[in-house]
Design a protein around this ligand. Structure first.
Ligand code: F6R
Length: 248
């Protein structure tokens, strides 16, 4: 049964969309005593972190009460590699604000055996009280986190193999080596357990995925369509990503 009550907010520029997402995060931090944020990486998110850092520098917010869980991490990359999502988050966000880094979590994708990584991460999220706001980008193939097409709707944090399209899209972040072929990602079920979800999609390259995700029912070929079944989702788009009309 669909219980979707998604909201679609469209802006004329990428930056206005990113500012809106930053404002939604800031509102959550102001409203909740110990906010738990689910964070995402990818080029789309860079201006969001820019706006959050700017808000901190203006004295508008403190991140000291926040706990964060990132969606995913590549397998086999040392944390200090510039392509790792730990490095990315430190460089874009954590190093510039007053967050307690010991409460910023990413899947520990260097841990062995890999099949326990997911359980450990799920337990940590549960112990923190669950995720208040989950930030998401969307892949051109409709992936959320690294839940590629074909992922189960009730999937949980686990090891996944990345699809060729995703490896190609992310090659721009790797100059010294190929993109790792495996990652650990929160599952679609983990994402759907968040109390609020905010998806940011910008640029015409995302229009098909946005259309597919927001029309009809859950289709395993477009993992983001699982969000139709969440009761509190905001799609924040620029006009290019929103150019195909949808029912959301
Ligand atoms: C990364 C992640 C991915 C990205 C998606 C879009 O943590 O969760 O699902 O959100 O691949 O990436 P960009 O923004 O680079 O197009």
């Amino acid at each position: 049964m669909l219980v979707s009550s998604s909201q679609r907010l469209t802006f004329s520029t990428e930056d206005a969309a990113a500012q809106t997402v930053a404002d939604l995060i800031l509102a959550t931090i102001r409203d909740i005593a110990e906010p738990v944020l689910g964070l995402a990486t990818g080029a789309t998110m860079e201006p969001v972190y820019g706006h959050l850092v700017a808000a901190y520098k203006r004295g508008d917010v403190s991140f000291a009460r926040c706990t964060t869980f990132n969606l995913d991490e590549y397998v086999g990359l040392p944390a200090e590699h510039p392509g790792s999502y730990r490095s990315t988050m430190n460089n874009l966000f954590f190093d510039h604000v007053d967050i307690d880094k010991s409460r910023t979590f990413l899947p520990d994708a260097l841990q062995d055996p890999t099949d326990v990584i997911g359980e450990v991460y799920e337990r940590k999220i549960e112990e923190a009280g669950g995720i208040d706001l989950q930030l998401l980008g969307i892949g051109r193939n409709g992936h959320i986190g690294f839940n590629e097409p074909g992922s189960a709707k009730d999937s949980r944090t686990r090891l996944v193999e990345l699809h060729a399209e995703t490896l190609e899209a992310n090659a721009r972040f790797f100059t010294d080596r190929p993109v790792p072929a495996y990652a650990v990602t929160m599952g679609i079920g983990t994402i759907l357990a968040a109390r609020q979800i905010v998806v940011l999609a910008t640029g015409s390259g995302k229009a098909d995925a946005v259309f597919h995700a927001t029309n009809g029912n859950f289709d395993p070929a477009c993992p983001a369509s699982a969000l139709l079944e969440h009761c509190n989702v905001k799609w924040v788009l620029d006009t290019a990503a929103a150019r195909l009309k949808s029912a959301a």
